[in-house]
Design a protein around this ligand. Sequence first.
Ligand code: ATP
Ligand code: MG
Length: 430
Amino acid sequence: DPAMAIQGEEVLKRLNDHGHQAFFVGGCVRDEIMNRPVTDMDITTSAKPEEVMALFEGSIPTGLQHGTVTVRMNGYHFEVTTFRTESGYEDYRRPSEVQFVDQVEEDLKRRDFTMNAIARDYVGQLIDPFNGVTDIEQRIVRSVGLAEERFREDALRMLRGVRFASIFDFDIDSLTWDGILAERDKLPHIAMERVRTEMDKMLAGPYPARGVCLLMDSELLHYVKVPVELSGLDRTALSLLDKLPQATEFRLGLLLLLLGANSSDADQKLRAWTYSGKVKDRMTKLLELHEAVLNSISKIVKDVQVGQYRRHLQEEWKQSVLRYGVLASEDWHVIHTLLPQSFYDMTGEEYLLLKELVEHAAEWIEEMGIYSLKELELSGSDLLRVTGRKGGPWLGETMNWLLQQVVTGQLVNKHDILLEAAKKVTSDEK
Ligand code: ATP
Ligand code: MG
């Protein structure tokens, strides 16, 4: 956003005019060099937080103990942090103590990777003591300083390194890689929420398969608080991750399917990984739906005459859509259009049915027209009133039967038609 950069340059200039050094730093400088879109710009300065506050009206002391002030400039916000070093790393996590320093180089030294340790002033001049530009050009993730030391200070950096290698499709420098292998046993000290955030960013990026391969090779996920076993994953199948729409949920869904996760284990594991209830439900429903589809297919092949396969398949699918929801069904469909036959442990006949389902799944969802009892043109209370019967299991059963008749095209969703049909089946039962 060039407009943001111009406002940020105004912030740098004002600090300079008052005798302070000031630079853009970190992710924004890296992304500018890589010609990637920049969404927020961090600033680092020799000015102390009080001095920054005094120079910019309406600034907010967002993290004074770390030296951070949020400055507003013509509608844009910038985090302005005083040059600092960190020390007193405890338990392999970020430090609680910081010391302010006078030199920008000192501040750059505390940063994780060379590509994140570049500062630039308002005319575009770079300060790059660790040759981050060269590493960006050569597509290398490299620790600032001694990798082992840096990972021992803060174990999260190992996952950040893998995440950057994944989203930029970079290599990891060999000493940095050795550092990961040497210090990976420090990962249990990192909160799962931070682990999950890195995983999500990786999965939402353009090359998630690369990231998962790096996680397999480094075995990093063996060491986190809630470990995940990736070693059985098929690397060819993994490459499909990159082909899915660029959203965490699709990629996570495929990953769970490739891992052979079952719905009840996944629920617990996702909770322990601090996934939100929303993501957890979506994934659990996807896995449940998948299990239901596989069951339907083997049941059809076993019990149904060949000429009736398709009708049964369609009905079973629509029932699963009702039970597990449209979202999970669409997720399932998007993922399964990609999977090769080798993914499935099925007979040839079963696989033909699966292919037929994948081919028609979207069309059949569309065809259903309604997806819940709420959308029926006849409510449970209508039915009670008209029949004069008392509530009981028959009511839910009848309503579900109506829904099923509508989504399979055997009844039209019109009040009178539904009522007649309901009266008929309930009186037949009596
Ligand atoms: P993105 O915002 O795209 O995830 P980023 O590089 O901006 O990437 P942030 O987490 O926003 O990452 O951090 C901003 C900068 O702070 C980084 O570029 C890096 O210089 C420094 N930094 C962040 N986390 C760490 C860490 N754990 N150890 C050392 N330096 C870090
Ligand atoms: Mg950032």
